[in-house]
Design a protein around this ligand. Sequence first.
Ligand SMILES: Nc1ncnc2c1ncn2[C@@H]1O[C@H](COP(=O)(O)OP(=O)(O)OP(=O)(O)O)[C@@H](O)[C@H]1O
Ligand SMILES: [Mg+2]
Length: 267
Amino acid sequence: MSAPAARSASTARGGDTGGGAVRGGGAGTAAALAVEGLVVGYAGAPVVDGLTLEVAPGSVVALLGANGAGKTTVLRTLSGLLTPRGGRVLLDGDDLAAVRVEDRVRRGLVQVPEGRSVVTELTVEENLQLGALWRSAGRAARRTAVDEMYDLFEPLARRRASAGHQLSGGERQMLALARALISRPRVLLLDEPSLGLAPRVVAQLFAVLRERADATGLTVLLAEQNVTSALSIADRGVVLALGEVVADAGAADLAADPALRHAYLGF
Ligand SMILES: Nc1ncnc2c1ncn2[C@@H]1O[C@H](COP(=O)(O)OP(=O)(O)OP(=O)(O)O)[C@@H](O)[C@H]1O
Ligand SMILES: [Mg+2]
């Protein structure tokens, strides 16, 4: 067991960790997920140039930044879909450079893709059963795992016999998240899950993320433009601008910092 590590605030303007950050650790405490000096891009100049960040076990970190800041690029690199030109990605201290996408998933690093990918021809129940196959446990264990998802997402329980294409946007996002959670990831990456959803649904989804982090030690990296909602459940926020970290601090401090909000977060 590793003690949960909290990064102390390291924004240019100082400040302490807030937002219910788990404290402890310090030097030598392993991050669940760490990025060191990451350089990645497409053709031409790098989009992300020298990104360093750490996500402590069981914590929720919001990866914030305007359109084009590089959030998706970072998540795709962590998943293994993009190959960095420099720097390292570490899962529980292990360098992932040589680890393929599917093996990262097997190790518990799972991305909920943007756009709520669910199998639209299958029912909610069938989508969840498919997700549970990853766990390779017996049928009874898979049943328990699916029911656990219905407990977490009550709207899905009511829609279990509905096909994916019949679901609302919020229900689809819940199903996409449930499908990811059912495989028992240790580190979950989410790319703008709130996009286009009603505030009430966003609150429901984010509450589940917070609850899983607290109850099961799930580690979450949440890329969002919905800064207020993301910071309301995050322990820490990391703000990207033009591929660089311009702030890394406790969620409450970030939310309360008007200069930072105006400069980078647009509210
Ligand atoms: N496939 C690609 N080929 C070339 N350039 C790309 C590609 N995808 C993204 N970019 C560029 O990389 C930069 C970062 O994009 P990215 O999608 O990572 O930002 P983002 O923070 O996720 O933005 P958004 O909030 O709009 O999703 C942008 O300048 C974008 O135009
Ligand atoms: Mg994006």
